[in-house]
Design a protein around this ligand. Structure first.
Ligand SMILES: *Cc1c(COP(=O)(O)O)cnc(C)c1O
Length: 505
């Protein structure tokens, strides 16, 4: 039996699958021809996604055909059980790794990755907390009814109204980003006869990229208080130290501790570990110098996920263990009790829970000169290769990441299986921009046709959140599927929504 005859995910060995697809010279080096175009490659998909007996994709026991029928396309389809499992996995594995160090870890879900009231409820029910970064995100938190003490507020330019809202909601922490802001937050709290609970966001000079991190002494970015010496004009004092001293002395501030966030879509734990060590050393030095105790240390988010089959994210437990080792040994070396550790994963919880369901429309194939890797020989010889453009009914308005970050994605034919040979394809949207690409390079069955459904996995984070109404497209809804039932957690926009704010001629 071959995989193309077997529609079930994991139902047969992918090694026996079709092999009629030839690698295209136009494909990027990392993209190999899948053994089976119908297979759902790990670890791109949410846990309950599988192929039904009829070959169509299903999630949480609900087929994509039924989802399309009920909700239309494009549609964000979120596997609720998978979301809960990933949230729980972060909480449990970090709790376990840090149990002997600081009694466990507080996990703040980074709401900016994808936020609505249903998600806030799940986060709470799974024992997590919530990170926000604006008054609007605080409004969602308030609507969901989460206790303020479980919510944090970030941002490099919080308005007085946002700080006041944070104080009204009695937030567990305001993460202060600058000296200016420290003074403002302190004054606003003091005027109310209160103390704001404050973490200081520091820039430890560690920048993590997908496969490596770089360490620099100075920081050239908008976020955070630099730890580099003499950044405030006071000889020898870094901005970070000046903020610690000012916070410790301010009657309107309760200084809880320090925070850093070194980047996003990071796979290797080394960068997190180095940042943890730097912050711990600084924390210990500040505690001693200013005779204070900072009971908390937040190491941010940024844990990577798979967008294509070549991405290899680490299990939460592995990252937790590496970070715990450093916190344990550094605290011991410094002779301090480790502060309570917290982290802020966003993408790694929600990213892989969701796929976007699109309907295929227009198709065309262009012929392209071989790229320069062939030394231009093929181009000289007028040898060209086909690239198929597969247009879908959404695009950069529901997934801005390819345009914004050159992000790669993957896709499968979702409404059926196919035994047709693969063709190098480019999935594009319907917007008036040639850069409107959803999946730059993917092998799709050659018989993909108008009316077929495509599923693009890994769209849970920073897709709906970054969506727009470009070309007056209505933003898609988000449907949560669980145990055989599907419910909208954010409805899609209607034409009425689009016209609502137009005040008339
Ligand atoms: C964006 C952000 C996060 C979450 O990042 P992910 O890559 O989604 O994990 C956490 N903390 C801060 C301060 C952020 O800005």
């Amino acid at each position: 039996m071959t995989c193309s005859a077997c529609p079930r995910r994991n139902g047969c060995s992918p090694v026996t699958a079709q092999d009629t697809t030839n690698a295209s010279p136009l494909a990027p080096e990392w993209l190999s021809v899948p053994k089976d175009l119908n297979a759902l490659q790990e670890p791109l998909w949410a846990k309950t996604v599988e192929r039904n007996d009829d070959g169509g994709l299903a999630v949480g026991g609900v087929s994509v055909a039924a989802l399309k029928e009920q909700f239309g396309t494009p549609l964000f389809v979120l596997d609720e059980a998978d979301f809960r499992a990933r949230a729980r996995a972060f909480k449990d594995s970090f709790d376990a790794a840090f149990a002997d160090i600081c009694g466990g870890v507080d996990v703040y879900y980074a709401g900016k990755s994808f936020l609505c009231t249903a998600v806030v409820k799940w986060v709470e029910e799974e024992g997590l907390r919530l990170d926000t970064a604006s008054g609007g995100e605080l409004a969602v938190a308030a609507r969901a009814g989460i206790a303020g003490e479980r919510v944090a507020l970030h941002g490099n330019n919080k308005s007085d109204a946002e700080v006041t809202r944070a104080l009204d909601m009695k937030l567990g922490r305001i993460v202060v980003d600058s000296l200016d802001e420290l003074v403002r937050v302190g004054a606003l709290a003091e005027a109310r006869g209160e103390q704001a609970k404050v973490m200081l966001r520091l820039t430890p000079g560690v920048h993590a990229h997908t496969h490596e991190f770089i360490a620099t002494a100075h920081e050239d970015q908008k976020f955070g208080l630099s730890m580099a010496g003499d950044t405030t004009g006071q000889a020898g004092l870094s901005a970070a130290e000046e903020a610690v001293a000012a916070a410790a002395a301010h009657p309107g501030i309760e200084l809880l501790g320090l925070h850093c966030h070194i980047g996003s879509q990071i796979f290797e734990p080394d960068g997190f570990a180095l940042a943890a060590e730097k912050l711990l050393r600084f924390l210990a030095a500040m505690q001693e110098k200013y005779s204070i105790t900072m009971p908390e240390l937040d190491l941010g988010g940024g844990y990577g996920i798979a967008y294509t089959p070549v991405d290899t994210p680490r299990p939460a437990a592995e990252i937790a263990a590496a970070m715990a080792d450093v916190v344990r040994s550094t605290s011991a070396e410094l002779g301090i009790d480790s502060p309570r550790i917290s982290i802020e994963p966003g993408r790694a919880i929600v990213g892989s829970t969701t796929f976007t369901l699109y309907e295929v429309g227009t198709l065309k194939t262009v012929r392209v000169d071989a790229p320069a890797v062939s030394g231009g020989r093929d181009a000289d010889n007028n040898v060209t290769y086909p690239r198929r453009y597969v247009s879908v009914d959404g695009g950069m308005s529901d997934n801005a990441r390819p345009v914004l970050y050159d992000a790669d994605y993957s896709a499968v034919l979702a409404s059926r299986t196919s035994s047709a040979a693969g063709q190098l394809s480019r999935v594009v949207g319907k917007h008036c921009e040639s850069g409107d690409i959803v999946v730059r390079d993917v092998y799709l069955p050659g018989d993909v046709a108008a009316g077929d459904l495509l599923a693009v996995p890994g769209t849970g984070a920073y897709c709906w959140a970054l969506s727009s109404n470009y070309n007056y497209l209505a933003r898609p809804g988000v449907v949560a599927v669980r145990d055989g039932s599907a419910r909208l957690i954010v409805r899609g926009e209607t034409e009425e929504d689009l016209l609502n704010r137009d005040m008339g001629a």
